[in-house]
Ligand binder design. Structure first.
Ligand code: ADP
Ligand code: NA
Length: 344
């Protein structure tokens, strides 16, 4: 069995919320704990992707540094995993350009992320007036940059959410297309596999018909990694449930109660069915109290670590420097071969 190269990334667009934490970040820590030692683990803070939407430059530069502190605070170990800022490695954009040149426009137009952006901009104004010219080209081609992020390290495994499935398929297509178009002695890029990690979908505490998201204007709808025990308690107490007596797992009819069960199961490492059985004759008050305790339990340490680390700018810089140097060492080898393949 050959060693895996595992790559995943997160945008530096603010302090992660409970959904990001339970749905994505905790999986990274678990992976780091369980992966055989010869697996190469690479986690990236993908600053260039953040620019596909308007960002306040100062806020972005703060968020970028804070995300590194977050990754360390949750337990990623820079001695085991390569942790680095994507925007410090120009090889990503260099490869992205080359991949752009073999990517059919039609394929990008079929990306559901692009289609939903188009739909949003269409609703916002007179339907007949709106076309792609309202959206920037970066947003259109960001799946290609994402493919470059993955392929530049000859990644074999990509643990990301279900919503990213289509992008990973595009990435495989591009890798295959490149391998066929530019024949080297051996296929240059492995076709990376999407690793479907069982990750809970955490819903908004205020509107359980939507997922918990940083884009909601209602700050009560999400729990942030930086929220203290009192804030966590208040937000969970304010979570929207329903007037039905008892607690049942029913995503369709009872999304609020179901969301609380999901959160409790994820925080305690239990099956949601098991948790649901335990609460079927209990009230929402008891459930909320226990969810509050469980969330505080998983958040306490990362929160304290983050508070400690976020001011340690020297240490954070040194971790970033070590990370980028390891990342570039790998990407340089790939880029050399890529350039030879295409004739540059
Ligand atoms: P947001 O949707 O808040 O903008 P991102 O799109 O930056 O968050 O997502 C970062 C990671 O967190 C992705 O892997 C995504 O699948 C995961 N994630 C985001 N929101 C949730 C949620 N509500 N429940 C579970 N996972 C989530
Ligand atoms: Na999102």
């Amino acid at each position: 069995k050959t060693a895996r190269v595992v790559f995943s990334g997160i945008q530096p667009t603010g302090i992660p919320h409970l959904g990001n934490f339970l749905g994505a970040l905790l999986n990274w820590v678990k992976l780091q704990r369980e992966a055989p030692l010869d697996d190469q683990l690479i986690f990236s803070i993908v600053g260039w992707h953040a620019l596909t939407l308007p960002q306040d430059p100062h806020a972005l530069s703060v968020a970028r540094r804070e995300m590194l502190a977050v990754l360390l605070a949750i337990g990623l170990d820079p001695n085991r995993s390569i942790i680095f800022h994507q925007d410090e490695n120009p090889h990503h954009t260099e490869l992205a350009w080359i991949l752009n040149c073999i990517t059919p426009m039609g394929k990008l137009r079929r990306m559901t992320t692009w289609k939903s952006r188009l739909a949003t901009s269409r609703n916002a104004r007179d339907e007949s007036e709106v076309d792609e010219s309202m959206l920037n080209a970066g947003l259109f081609t960001y799946p290609v940059l994402q493919a470059a992020d993955i392929l530049i390290y000859r990644t074999t495994h990509v643990p990301v959410g279900e919503d990213q499935q289509q992008h990973i398929e595009l990435c495989r297509d591009l890798a295959d297309n490149f391998n066929r178009t530019f024949k080297s002695q051996h296929p240059l890029f492995p076709l990376p596999q999407h690793v479907q990690t069982p990750s809970p979908r955490v819903l908004s505490l205020r509107d359980p018909s939507a997922k918990m998201s940083k884009s909601s204007p209602d700050i009560q709808s999400r729990i942030l990694l930086t929220d203290n025990a009192a804030l966590i308690k208040a937000k969970i107490r304010g979570a929207v449930t329903d007037p039905i007596v008892g607690v049942t797992y029913d995503p369709e009819a009872r999304p609020g109660a179901t969301n609380l069960l999901t959160i409790l199961a994820a925080c305690t490492g239990k099956e949601v069915s098991e948790v649901a059985t335990r609460y079927h004759d209990k009230g929402h008050g008891k459930l909320k109290a226990d969810v509050t305790e469980a969330v505080e339990e998983v958040m306490r340490r990362p929160r304290a670590e983050f508070e400690k680390l976020k001011g340690e700018t020297e240490y954070l810089s040194s971790v970033a420097r070590a990370g980028i140097s390891k990342a570039r060492e790998l990407s340089e080898v790939t880029m050399k071969e890529v350039r030879t393949c295409v004739g540059l």
